[in-house]
Design a binder for this molecule. Structure first.
Ligand code: PBG
Length: 329
């Protein structure tokens, strides 16, 4: 005889798991296509759709082909894209990032012409445009904060004037959200929102992205501006600063290793919370699936559900299209 008599267990959680319909009824977290923001890489040139070696299934597009990709994204039910630019020429201050006919500016116009309804967000940062690969102006091996702000404002303004609905500063310079808000307002661009990379950690999970965007730092690393993975309280301060400076949506990045941060930000603030399911999170699942170590589709859906369950209202993910196809079935 066991200690527990069969039939004497009062509460049996398995009762609510016994059939699919019942599981559907008590499910707490449900993903929908409008949760997703799809990242797109835009490079110079025409007619290009070039595979990214570090991110199987992802491509670099030219400004013309990116509009077709955005249209397909929209047709599936995804509401937003975020654009990253890979310019033809890089220099020490990233000046090609605020050119009127720059890669991102052209892509915004092409996308908006084809699908005016889609939300176009642009990543605002210098690392893709500088020859040293850092996110700010460099002097004597240091990344200068205040000198960088003006350049970020020029870039953000240029994106907004090209038709971007939101700008997303990802540089992690102090005071940039306030500076960009002021710059936008001074030109009457009150309707252009700011999605700030508020708690952005210095993470190894950005590796595949840096191959895709050709934006790896040429010396040192990003630890003097991006956050230390050990810190959680500091993330709350960073988020609060960005909200006080005018951020409309705040982001935690990466997502999967920082679910605790997403959870806290969601519970402490009353603005929409985005999480960036970054390139490394994408590529590790894709690679493990390719090698047969796990079922990539199931791992993808589990990961995205977990990010939403932790508190993310929006998820920037390279899996946007694949996950949406599953949700639409
Ligand atoms: C630019 C930027 C990066 C990412 C988004 N914006 C790279 C970095 O900070 O080095 C990473 C996105 C990803 O890994 O998917 N600063």
């Amino acid at each position: 005889m066991g200690v527990i008599e069969v039939g004497r267990i009062l509460y049996r959680p398995r009762r609510l798991r016994k059939m699919p319909a019942l599981r559907d009824m008590v499910r707490e977290t449900i993903l929908t296509p409008s949760d997703f923001i799809y990242p797109l890489f835009v490079r110079y040139g025409n007619g290009i759709k070039e595979p990214i070696s570090s991110m199987p299934g992802q491509f670099r597009f030219s400004s013309d082909t990116v509009a077709d990709e955005a249209e397909e994204t929209w047709t599936l039910g995804i509401r937003a894209v975020i654009l990253f630019g890979i310019p033809e020429k890089k220099d020490s201050i990233g000046s090609s990032s605020w050119k009127e006919d720059g890669v991102v500016q052209r892509a915004i116009k092409a996308i908006k012409e084809k699908i005016p309804e889609i939300v176009v967000i642009t990543d605002v940062c210098l690392c893709e445009y500088t020859d040293h690969g850092h996110c700010g102006v460099v002097r004597d091996g240091k990344i200068l904060n205040d000198e960088t702000l003006e350049l970020l404002c020029r870039q953000a303004l240029s994106h907004a004037k090209a038709g971007a609905d939101m700008v997303a500063p990802s540089d992690m310079m102090d005071g940039r959200v306030g500076a960009i808000r002021e710059a936008l307002d001074s030109e009457g661009l009150y309707d252009v929102g700011i999605l700030s990379y508020a708690a952005k950690y210095a993470s190894s999970f950005y590796g595949p992205f840096r191959v895709a965007a050709e934006s790896a730092p040429q010396f040192g690393d990003r630890t003097t501006y991006q956050m230390d993975p050990s810190n959680a309280r500091e993330a709350i301060r960073e988020v609060k600063l960005d909200i006080d400076e005018g951020a409309d949506i705040v982001m935690v990045k990466p997502a999967l290793p920082y679910l605790d941060i997403i959870f806290q930000v969601k519970n402490l603030f009353n603005v929409p919370v985005a999480a960036y399911n970054v390139s490394g999170e994408y590529s590790m699942i894709t690679a493990a699936d390719e090698r047969g170590f796990l079922d990539g589709k199931r791992a993808m859906m589990e990961m995205l559900t977990a990010i939403k369950r932790a508190g993310a209202d929006l998820i920037i993910t390279y899996f946007s299209k694949e996950a949406t196809k599953i949700l639409n079935q």
